[in-house]
Every structure is written in structure tokens, then in C-alpha cells.
Design a protein around this ligand. Structure first.
Ligand SMILES: N[C@@H](CCC(=O)NCCCC(=O)O)C(=O)O
Length: 254
């Protein structure tokens, strides 16, 4: 029997109890990759020296870029760190930016979630806004401060409207959805080949596709992994990702 497609799921750097650093990954994304997409998740620590792109390309049938507290360092889109950009995870970024480009070029599926959609945009030459709520007319997209209840943190907060006839509208069979929202940064200048597929009421880009990609190459600014089994939109996204991973695996196996 063929193995399930092997999917790289990114970790992010997190200081535990103010004591030691850990590459962590919440359980929900590997659960969604296994349970909804039907694939085999493998968590990738942010150790680029041990995980060069070429080696990961030999191993992986697909890539899911998780959310995470750190941000992409602004030098990756030509800006200086003036203190507004928060903390960085340079190890993760060194893995994700080249790996996103390589996976898309090889026709293997890429699904970016929250920090992941931001990495996809930067990988294709786009930029990020360090704090989207500071722009006139923009909402606060951050989670409620100090909140500990996941049901409140991941509550659906705003509408996202999809581009008419676009990749999300076609895949999901709907023009809109209501999403959770846990981010301070947001896509600002779109990267080459990056198509804005969905926007919040305040025009913030919430969903993207990569033009010309021959496999699933979609990103969402919300946490699609949170209720991946129950929410019809999240379920459809992970199901389509899984189908694309099986197709990529079959193509690789000849
Ligand atoms: N840091 C970025 C990305 C936001 C993001 O991925 N949030 C998820 C947080 C998950 C957690 O807290 O564990 C931004 O702020 O825009």
C-alpha cells in the first residue's frame, strides 16, 4: 500500500516560560493534515543548516505553512527593521521562502495560514504592513488581549469576500465567509504572481493564490486549521490540499 503523502508542517520559534527556546507547532494543523487532508504531517524545525531546500524537496509531497507569533524580517522585502516589526524567526524564514518557491515550481501543493500567507507573499517579492490597524480605515485584526479561552480567541470576527470567479470562489462555491482573526501584520504590496482572492470589509487581503501554479497554491490570513473538520470552508480547503498532495505524490512516483 502506498504511504500517505508526506507534508512538511512548519514550526515557529517560541520561548517557553521565559527560559528556553523551542520550535513549536500547535496540534491543530497536523491534525487537519492527517484527519481532513488524509496526509502524513511532519513538523519542520527552523534549522535550515540541517534542512536544505534540496533535501526537503526530495522528501516532501506538500507544504503547510502554519501561523506563528514571529514575523518575517523586513529585509526580505527591502525594508529596515525600525522596531515596528516585532520578533523574527530567521531559521523558519530561511527554510520557508526558498521552499515555497521550489514547491510551487515543482507543482506540489502549498497552503499558507496566517504567518504562512505572509511568507508566501514575501517569497514572491511582496511586502507586509507591520501593524495593519495603524492604517486609516483598517480594523484591529489581533486576538483579544489577555484572552485564554480558545473559543473566544478563535471566534469568527469578520467577513471575507472572495474575488468573483476566482480560485476560492470556484473551489468553495461561495462568495464569502466569516473568519477568525489573529494577526497584527498583513499583506501590503502584492508579490509578483500573487493574486488577492479575498478581502475583509476594511480591504485587508485575507486570501491569495499564486498565478500560474500547477497545483494547490493558496494562502489564508485566518486560522483554517482551528475547526478544519467542522467548518465547511476549512474542510474544503484541507480536502483540496490533500487531493493535490496525492496527485503530486503520484506524479513523483511516476
Ligand atoms: N506574526 C504574524 C502572524 C500572525 C499569526 O500567525 N498568528 C498566529 C498566532 C498563533 C499563536 O499565537 O500561537 C502577525 O502578527 O501578523
Amino acid at each position: 500500500m502506498a504511504h500517505r503523502p508526506l507534508i512538511g508542517v512548519t514550526a515557529f520559534l517560541h520561548r517557553v516560560d521565559d527560559t528556553f527556546d523551542a520550535d513549536i507547532c500547535g496540534v491543530r494543523t497536523p491534525e487537519a493534515v492527517a484527519g481532513v487532508a488524509g496526509c502524513a504531517p511532519i513538523v519542520l524545525p527552523g534549522r535550515p543548516e540541517a534542512l536544505p531546500t534540496g533535501h526537503l524537496m526530495e522528501l516532501l509531497d506538500g507544504l503547510v505553512l502554519t501561523g506563528g507569533r514571529p514575523n518575517v524580517h523586513p529585509r526580505h522585502y527591502g525594508e529596515a527593521d525600525d522596531g515596528r516589526y516585532g520578533k523574527f524567526d530567521e531559521g523558519r524564514t530561511a527554510i520557508t521562502l526558498p521552499l515555497i518557491r521550489a514547491m510551487v515550481a515543482a507543482g506540489r501543493p502549498v497552503f499558507g495560514i496566517c504567518l504562512g500567507i505572509q511568507e508566501m507573499n514575501v517569497a514572491f517579492g511582496g511586502s507586509l504592513h507591520p501593524e495593519i490597524r495603524d492604517e486609516p480605515g483598517r480594523m484591529n485584526h489581533r486576538m483579544p488581549p489577555g484572552e485564554k479561552d480558545p473559543e473566544v480567541i478563535f471566534r469568527r470576527r469578520h467577513l471575507v469576500r472572495f474575488r468573483e470567479g476566482g480560485a476560492f470562489a470556484r473551489l468553495l462555491g461561495t462568495q464569502e465567509t466569516v473568519t477568525n482573526s489573529l494577526h497584527g501584520q498583513a499583506i501590503w504590496r502584492l508579490g509578483e504572481r500573487v493574486v488577492a482572492e479575498g478581502r475583509a470589509e476594511d480591504d485587508t487581503i485575507e486570501a491569495i493564490s499564486i498565478a500560474g501554479a500547477s497545483s494547490f497554491a493558496l494562502g489564508v490570513q485566518w486560522h483554517a486549521e482551528y475547526a478544519a473538520g467542522e467548518d465547511p470552508v476549512s474542510r474544503a480547503l484541507f480536502t483540496a490540499f490533500g487531493a493535490a498532495a496525492r496527485a503530486a505524490q503520484a506524479a513523483r512516483n511516476g
